[in-house]
Design a protein around this ligand. Structure first.
Ligand code: NAP
Length: 469
């Protein structure tokens, strides 16, 4: 009876995990998706805990308390720190899988070698290699994103690096294969820690040649590794739920990283081995060229005279936390009969869906958030494109300049609107570290200032003369 209930609950939890991912697809159902994921995890923990084989309840309580002590503060980080927070979660997932695999090997070995069949050993070794390399790799990624002092931001590369990394991985796999074939040999438990050590070192070596700039994509890949490690753990522990949840995690992480690479026009191998971020210091040093700038009053007048406005937000809107002011601007312009929509670039900000989350937080109607292709089609008929803290995702060099490091990256064609206005604090480059020729175009006006303050001032100007055009 208990068995039937637990198996049924596992099926319900698996369905909830699948629904959670499905609901995450759209902003209006994403919250439901989060609840479904939390419910599935809670069910999984409770049912596993209720298994008659579980006898050390105190340890489970200690583990839950330790998880809560780390998890609750982690859930409170600001939205801009979510990429590194996510990397830390993957590190915890990786180390958990690695430790479970290690414990399982030594425990089963002491009980007699029959359990350690070749199939289980292969799964166990895949689990520990992926788990431990995800652990150190994710810690490095989190360190780079948080700009921790002792973790270099720039890619660290040297000749023969890829060959050396590959050699280490091959050595770890060869040793793992030898142990998998002879799990009970006298030397196997002695050499097992060597695989762990190699996987830990490999995780670090995998990340150091990759610049801080590519970390969000790398995190999605590490997410995928953590998922695969959980699948392997599912086979070791004979847990179908772990296999389902891990496979969902592994596949979605992989699809996400491929999509992010596409949106940046980078190949997967270029992200992993390209050393992106090294070339930009030279490109960033530009001589001063004249640009036209405007005040909040002038910007308000131009916006209120427009029929169609497209707002293109970027990382700067997130830094300034300007989304609520942007909502006020949207309300104010809409009230005057201006058609306002938002152009969302898939990699605007620092994590997938960054802009959607912020704008949803400010209750901007979802149907006003248009994807890049949709908004680009309308751009020539747009009176004003208002760029708020976005830079790279609007850089026309990606379209025109073959020598640009971002050449080929799809962008939002704000330069094709009648007038472009860009809110940012200075002429400083964005994430890719390169100059933006948009700022020197005749139809462009720079609105220098903090995004929140500047948008606030425009709103004030608009309400100050609400009489209209
Ligand atoms: P961006 O190119 O990094 O530009 C952001 C701009 O915001 C900066 O130039 C900065 O200029 C301005 N800014 C910063 N703080 C501000 C504030 N308080 N008020 C006003 N402006 C402020 O950002 P993006 O256009 O959103 O492009 C995203 C970049 O991240 C792309 O290169 C993309 O490839 C990369 N990326 C994104 C993801 C993702 O998942 N979204 C993942 C990996 C990489 P000032 O300093 O002059 O103010």
């Amino acid at each position: 009876m208990i068995y039937v209930v637990s198996q049924l609950t596992y099926i319900i939890a698996s369905v909830l995990f699948i629904l959670a991912l499905h609901w995450m697809n759209a902003p209006d159902s994403a919250r439901k998706g989060v609840y479904a994921g939390v419910a599935a995890t809670t069910l999984a923990i409770l049912v596993t805990w209720a298994e008659p084989t579980v006898i050390h309840h105190v340890w489970i309580i200690v583990a839950l308390a330790a998880g809560a002590a780390v998890g609750i503060p982690l859930s409170r980080v600001p939205l801009t720190a979510v990429p590194q927070r996510t990397a830390l979660s993957h590190a915890f997932g990786g180390i958990a899988a690695g430790l479970v695999g290690t414990a399982e090997y030594y425990l089963r070995l002491s009980e007699g070698p029959e359990w350690l069949t070749p199939f289980r050993m292969v799964a166990l070794i895949a689990e520990i290699i992926l788990g431990y390399l995800t652990f150190t790799g994710s810690l490095m990624a989190a360190g780079k994103l948080q700009e921790v002092k002792w973790v270099p931001q720039r890619p660290v590369t040297y000749p023969g690096q890829n060959a050396m990394n590959l050699l280490l991985l091959v050595a770890a796999i060869a040793l793992a294969a030898a142990i998998a074939m002879n799990p009970a040999a006298w030397w196997a438990p002695l050499l097992f820690p060597a695989i762990i050590l190699m996987a830990l070192v490999f995780g670090v070596l995998l990340i150091i040649p990759i610049g801080g700039a590519d970390m969000p994509t790398v995190i999605a890949i590490l997410n995928s590794y953590a998922g695969l490690s959980a699948v392997a753990m599912g086979f070791v522990l004979d847990s179908k739920l772990l296999i389902v949840a891990g496979a969902l995690d592994g596949a979605s992480g992989f699809i996400l990283s491929v999509n992010m690479s596409k949106a940046m026009n980078r190949s997967f191998t270029n992200v992993l081995f390209g050393g992106f971020g090294q070339i930009q210091t030279a490109a960033a040093a530009q001589e001063a060229r004249p640009v036209r700038s405007a005040t909040a009053e002038e910007a308000a007048a131009i916006l209120s005279a427009a029929g169609k406005v497209v707002i293109v937000p970027g990382y700067g809107m997130a830094v300034a936390q300007a989304q609520h002011k942007v909502r006020e601007l949207y309300d104010s312009l809409s009230k005057r009969g201006v058609d306002v929509s938002f152009g969302i670039h898939p990699v605007a900000g620092r994590m997938p869906g960054h802009m959607n989350v912020l704008l949803a937080e400010a209750d901007i109607p979802y149907d006003k958030l248009l994807e890049m292709d949709q908004v680009n089609g309308d751009m020539p008929q747009t009176d004003v494109a208002l760029v708020i803290g976005a830079n790279d995702v609007t850089n026309p060099a990606a379209r025109n300049d073959q020598s640009s490091p971002i050449f080929g990256m799809p962008i939002i064609d704000v330069d094709r609107a009648h007038t472009v206005m860009v809110i940012k604090r200075s002429m400083a480059p964005g994430f890719a570290g390169i100059d933006n020729p948009l700022y020197y175009l005749d139809n462009n006006l720079m609105l220098f200032g903090d995004a929140k303050a500047f948008v606030g001032n425009i709103v004030k100007e608009l309400s100050g003369n609400s009489g209209g055009h």
